[in-house]
Design a protein around this ligand. Structure first.
Ligand SMILES: Cc1cc2nc3c(=O)[nH]c(=O)nc-3n(C[C@H](O)[C@H](O)[C@H](O)COP(=O)(O)O)c2cc1C
Length: 73
């Protein structure tokens, strides 16, 4: 596992809650965020599950990030 991913997972482990602020890219979440979630979800047995998560938008579009937030949930 890359060092950056280990650091990322360590930060998640040490947090009380995760706040995700995301824009909407092509009707979903940006790939960088998707990749981060994918990395955090592995390996089996240490998958960063169980943390409370809050999500907020950072898009200025008319639908206000609704589709990205739907996918994120
Ligand atoms: C590749 C790309 C795709 C985007 N797709 C959407 C979209 O589907 N819906 C939307 O409301 N905004 C979309 N946007 C606008 C972003 O959500 C955001 O509001 C805008 O990029 C400003 O943020 P930024 O300066 O961090 O890129 C897109 C922007 C980019 C660069």
């Amino acid at each position: 596992m890359p060092t950056k991913v280990k650091e990322f997972k360590s930060k998640i482990r040490g947090a009380d809650v995760i706040l995700i602020a995301t824009p909407e890219y092509n009707l979903s979440v940006p790939e960088a965020l998707n990749n981060a979630i994918d990395w955090a979800s592995r390996p089996y047995g240490d998958d960063s599950n169980g943390k409370p998560v809050a999500i907020v938008r950072s898009s200025i579009g008319m639908l206000g990030d609704a589709r990205a937030q739907y996918h994120l949930r």
